[in-house]
Ligand binder design. Structure first.
Ligand code: NOJ
Length: 556
């Protein structure tokens, strides 16, 4: 096997029928932690504008922004107080228009996050709704005289009592995130109007939050307790309630149809065999984040951190393969990280793994599966998990919920903290590491969340200068995928699915074939193929076996 150039002439150009968002990766930004230009300690839109060329260097066709709307920030923007404005922490509408215009110049579209299952309890709709049982918005949220035994996703009851109305309201997430009542046509219209407002501004698409929860069962009743605290998980009670797709088809007709945009729904626990009802021509969205591989450490619907189990590679591979198979004639968003997950080099590899090799190995998978790669800020420089000593150092609301439940179930502070450190969403939310200067170049003020302690060793400036860095590896893979018809659109087939050490799959188109191999262990393993030409890998040289965490693409 001799090393080949990155752009093999045998890989033909093609895949003309693919849309713009299928050919290049999407870059996800968590604005609070990206780049602060005014010393407030919080990232802002001007910071994103400053880094557009950097994002372009990764080949990105779009930027997905997590919510930038006015918000009390109980859940960092996923509690929205006004759907058609910008939170002053991030800037104003002029900054947003400038971001759209500057991105457009570089061929990048801006994708907004629509959080339509719930609003903030400070949204004027909710303030009105809670004021009486007779106001015009009385029915805009889910109000009941009795509560059920449902447990909210961030812990505690999913119902909160409201003194003014002497009734309970439902909140799938935090109590400051009341669920909107989609059964009310006025609510649906108000939400569609908000989405259309952003389309008129020229956005290139939407990521639609927590969409599986919008439809509630017609009879809201107690469920079989499935949580140790005697409650039952709200997720199991309301996710994918029959009839949900009727709402979503209306959403599609009223908002998405007729625009050159892409949509990606966040749909925890939609089964891979059901994907065709959700995506593509006969579905609603272009792509769906369905969580099958990213929740492989949890048992069905139970995302409690201290109930997690070690990942079995065969299960992870099966989840990825099932999604690949069920989107064979559809499309898939490939991701290993986002703002809700720990860093992937910690999450998917055993401890003791070399982090840089791991980052490159997963990057190979990210760019070689069939679908659009989603890169989460910092993933492209191989950032790993942070570690705070005390629960009070964590900002993330779900870290607090998980810690509390762990303590209630008898874990010591030390035991509970181990799980928080492993799974906290703050792992992915520490400020972006731009250089070795104060606060990693993120802010001249006090960063809202402490910068990772390794920032002097791992940052964009250092990686720019090193041709072998994770960052430059991402750039090479992005170009390789964009110019490879097989990577763009070839068929996927998993090889050796029962092997617990390596992930191996092929992508093929006619006679042409690529084989992708990743060793998930920290020891040498046998390479069960021979004769291919190495296209790219995370080790410079080649052996006829795979070394620790070695990953490569071979051409046949
Ligand atoms: C999913 C978002 O990604 C997450 O950050 C948020 O906490 C919940 N939905 C609630 O909106």
């Amino acid at each position: 096997m001799g090393a080949a150039a990155y752009f093999s002439p045998t890989i033909a150009f093609g895949a003309e029928n693919l849309r713009w968002w299928q050919k290049n990766p999407v870059y996800q930004i968590y604005p609070k932690s990206f780049l602060d230009t005014n010393g407030s300690g919080t990232g802002d839109l001007q910071g994103i504008i400053k880094k557009l060329d950097y994002i372009k260097s990764l080949g990105a066709c779009a930027i997905w922004l997590t919510p930038i709307y006015p918000s009390p920030m109980v859940d960092n923007g996923y509690d929205i107080a006004n759907y058609t404005d910008i939170d002053p922490r991030f800037g104003n509408m002029d900054d947003f228009d400038e971001l759209i215009a500057e991105s457009r110049k570089r061929g990048i579209k801006i994708v907004m996050d629509l959080v339509f299952n719930h609003s903030s309890d400070q949204h004027s709709w909710f303030l009105e709704s809670k004021s009486s049982k007779t106001n015009p918005k009385a029915d805009w949220y889910i109000w009941r005289d009795e509560k059920t035994n449902w447990r909210g996703i961030f812990g505690g009851s999913a119902w909160e009592f409201c003194e003014e109305r002497q009734q309970y309201y439902l909140h799938t997430f935090a109590k400051q995130q009341p669920d909107l009542n989609w059964e009310n046509p006025e609510v649906r219209k108000a939400l569609y109007d908000a989405a259309n407002f952003w389309l008129d501004k020229g956005v290139g698409g939407f990521r639609i939050d927590a969409i599986v929860y919008i439809k509630k069962p017609s009879k809201i009743a107690d469920g079989k307790p499935d949580m140790p605290d005697g409650m039952c998980s709200v997720h199991n009670m309301i996710a994918n309630t029959p009839g949900i797709l009727d709402f979503l088809h209306e959403f599609r007709r009223e908002v998405f149809d007729g625009h050159d945009i892409f949509t990606v729904g966040e749909a925890n626990s939609v089964k891979s065999e059901d994907l065709s009802k959700w995506v593509g021509k006969n579905g609603v969205f272009d792509m769906l984040f369905e969580f099958n591989h990213s929740n492989v450490m949890f048992n069905n619907g139970d995302e409690v951190w201290h109930h997690s189990k070690p990942i079995r590679l065969s299960e992870l591979k099966k989840a990825l393969s099932d999604s690949q198979k069920s989107t064979k004639n559809l499309w898939y968003p490939i991701y290993f990280e986002n703002h809700d997950k720990p860093r992937s080099v910690n999450n998917f590899f055993v401890s003791g793994t070399d982090k840089k090799l791991a980052a490159k190995a997963l990057a190979i998978v990210l760019f070689s599966l069939r679908g659009t790669p989603f890169i989460y800020q910092g993933e492209e420089i191989g950032l790993d998990n942070t570690k705070f000593d005390s629960i009070s150092d964590y900002d993330d609301i779900s870290s607090h919920g998980n810690y509390k439940l762990a303590r209630e179930e008898g874990l010591s502070d030390k035991e509970a903290m181990k799980f928080v450190q492993k799974f906290s969403r703050d792992n992915a939310r520490t400020p972006m590491q731009w250089n070795s200067e104060k606060n990693a170049g993120f802010t001249s003020g006090k960063a809202w969340l402490p910068v990772h302690s390794d920032f002097k060793a791992c940052n964009v400036e250092i990686e720019e200068k090193n041709p072998d860095s994770v960052l430059n590896f991402y750039r090479k893979l992005s170009k390789l995928r964009n110019s490879s018809e097989i990577l763009l659109n070839g068929e996927y087939e998993e090889l050796y699915p029962e092997n617990e050490e390596i992930y191996m799959f092929s992508r093929s188109l006619g006679e042409k074939k690529l084989i992708i191999t990743v060793n998930f262990t920290t020891h040498d393993v046998k390479l069960p193929i021979s004769g291919g030409k190495k296209v790219i890998g995370n080790y410079a040289d080649e052996k006829n076996y795979l070394r620790a965490t070695e990953a490569a693409i071979y051409e046949f």
